[in-house]
Design a protein around this ligand. Structure first.
Ligand code: BGC
Length: 335
């Protein structure tokens, strides 16, 4: 398994060719102490055997499509259902499990960058169209980890790519991320339907709910409430609707660890961000620092189109047509 490192004078990011999986991001705190801020494993063997979504590129459709079904121009498509009755992150053979072609690339704005490429043939994962995907991982002088996705198709299809790292700014395996403060420029979110196992299609105000992160709020405070949406999935696994979405790249959220003082800002040109506190981690796997991976070991901040968008006309359009270019920018800036 080939591993690649991106670094500037402060930060070092390592990823592997399988799934473009980010296996470590080493970041100094205010005093200059370095910690690895992404959940994962101590060894490459454990990484290969372990959770294949950790730090990985997900697609063709990150997040869920209900029943694995969608329709384009009257034609129905049936994808694999790998998550109970739903399709999740591209199904049984998601982009997270593919070997990406990785090449160093020189781009002025980056201190260092790599291009990751993948061809997904027509019918791959049962989606229509041959998809050519490229993802640039770049690091800037001012500590931005930039992810730029592009894709083109030969037939109308749906697409939603994301990066699935769980961030723990205390240092993965050192403490829970539950005391992190989260701020989101999102005054609405998409609740989950227990029956569908993903968004109900509603778009609801966060005001007066535990999903109100419009001002910085401790994640534990939200997760400890008795709200039915929190109880349903034992934490947060919800899509937030970015305020004033206009397709430009803007600041959408901030994660802060009050103890180390590490702060991460998230910028994107996407309409949504999935916040996932990792409710399915049950401590049975041993992660970095020899620590069991428990719920809230880290917090995923996945920039994206909304879950199940292909089936909701009032959600952002996930369709990509021949001649168009899918362009998604996601920036994690360490401050
Ligand atoms: C989803 C979770 C899912 C996880 C799998 C996240 O993007 O929101 O529901 O369990 O991926 O790793």
């Amino acid at each position: 398994m080939r591993a690649y490192t991106l670094k500037n004078k402060n930060i070092e990011i390592t990823f592997i060719e399988r799934g473009g999986q980010i296996i470590s991001i080493k970041v100094p705190d205010a005093k200059g102490n370095i910690d690895d801020v992404v959940v994962g494993y101590d060894t490459m063997d454990a990484t290969i055997a372990g959770d294949g979504y950790f730090g990985a590129l997900c697609g063709r459709y990150a997040n869920r499509i209900v029943g694995g079904q969608f329709e384009i121009d009257g034609e129905k498509f049936q994808l694999d259902c790998n998550n109970e009755t739903n399709h999740l992150h591209g199904g049984f053979d998601g982009f997270n499990s593919r070997i990406w072609a990785v090449t160093p690339i020189s781009i002025d704005k980056f201190v260092q960058a790599y291009k990751l490429s993948l061809t997904s043939e027509d019918g791959d994962q049962k989606y229509p169209g041959k998809l050519e995907v490229s993802v640039i991982y770049g690091i800037t002088e001012d500590n931005q980890f930039v992810i730029e996705y592009e894709a083109e198709t030969t037939k109308p299809t749906v697409i939603n790519l994301t990066s699935h790292a769980y961030y723990n700014l205390c240092g993965a395996g050192k403490a829970s991320a539950e005391n992190h403060k989260l701020q989101l420029n999102a005054s609405k979110y998409t609740p989950i339907s227990a029956e569908l196992g993903t968004t109900s299609g509603e778009i609801v105000d966060v005001k007066g709910t535990p999903f109100d992160f419009t001002t910085a709020t401790t994640v534990k405070t939200a997760c400890d409430t008795d709200h039915e949406q929190i109880n349903m999935i034992k934490g947060i696994d919800h899509n937030f609707v970015i305020d004033d979405f206009d397709g430009s790249t803007k600041l959408v959220g901030t994660l802060l660890d009050p103890v180390s003082g590490r702060k991460m800002e998230v910028y994107t040109n996407q309409p949504g961000i999935q916040i996932y506190t990792g409710a399915h981690f049950d401590g049975s796997e041993i992660g970095k620092n020899g620590a069991p991976i428990e719920a809230c070991a880290g917090i995923a901040m996945e920039t994206q189109i909304f879950p199940n968008s292909p089936n909701y006309a009032h959600f952002p359009n996930a369709t990509l047509k021949p001649g168009e270019k899918y362009k998604h920018v996601c920036i994690y800036k360490f401050c």
